[in-house]
Design a binder for this molecule. Structure first.
Ligand code: GLP
Length: 240
């Protein structure tokens, strides 16, 4: 894993934008694996600013997202589908038809997971963006998830429900289940870019980079990827 330490969140976002935009500019037909959470917001703002200023086009770009809460329709302000529209897609010239995410309202979980598995096979990703859970999760693959997993439905760890409660009016509103891309599929991306910001990620960053590769720390699997870049700010990298 190549580790880049940025002095602060702004520098982290600018460096992440450079990595992402290199992929988009090199291949206007690229497939981007995208992530939600607060960490990629600065990167997404840079992508929109670059599109407005330099006209970088997303007309032929296709995207697949990592995960979605179960039980939230895509119109729900806390759904990840809504998050992506509001924080990225609406600011680009991307065709909404070319953006993909699990359907949180799918009645048949097994069928929805199979649909997403098939889609991921058809859309090999040029780059996969990831955030990092404070417990070492990637997407919603919580500690203990087998490295060989495909798309599945998870029950969120209590620590994840607590972490994500800040984005809801009340912790009782945080969905307890979610669809997530599996670890096997994350590892299939040609390049991986993982971002970590803030002191509450320092333990997870340390275990991901320096710890043993173990299913107890899902992000540690990234040590085995041939082209993975970690960009962490100083606070998140403080234990390295
Ligand atoms: C959430 C998401 C992850 C995200 C992580 C970190 O639970 N499912 O994909 O990377 O938590 O979020 P944040 O960037 O807000 O710290």
């Amino acid at each position: 894993m190549r580790t880049i330490i940025a002095k602060d969140y702004e520098e982290l976002s600018a460096k992440a934008a450079k990595v992402m935009l290199d992929v988009v500019k090199e291949n206007p037909y690229a497939v981007l694996g995208l992530a939600t959470g607060t960490t990629p917001l600065g990167l997404y703002a840079h992508m929109i600013a670059d599109h407005e200023k330099h006209g970088t086009s997303y007309a032929h770009i296709r995207t697949v997202n990592l995960d979605e809460y179960k039980g939230l329709p895509k119109t729900h302000p806390q759904s990840y589908a809504y998050f992506m529209r509001k924080n990225l897609f609406d600011g680009l010239d991307i065709d909404p038809e070319n953006t993909n995410i699990e359907n949180g309202m799918a009645e048949n979980e097994t069928k929805e997971c199979a649909r997403y598995d098939a889609l991921l096979e058809q859309l090999p990703r040029d780059i996969q963006l990831l955030g990092l859970g404070s417990n070492g999760h990637i997407a919603f693959n919580e500690p203990g998830t087998p490295f060989g997993s495909g798309t599945h439905v998870v029950t969120l760890a209590e620590s994840t429900v607590k972490d994500n409660a800040r984005l809801f009016d009340d912790i009782s509103e945080v969905p307890r289940k979610a669809f997530t891309m599996g670890i096997r599929q994350i590892m299939q991306a040609k390049k991986i870019l993982i971002l970590a910001s803030g002191a509450n990620k320092a333990d997870a960053v340390y275990k991901m980079v320096k710890g043993e590769v173990t299913e107890a720390v899902p992000a540690s699997v990234l040590q085995l990827h041939p082209d993975c870049i970690l960009i962490a700010d100083q606070e998140a990298a403080s234990k390295l």
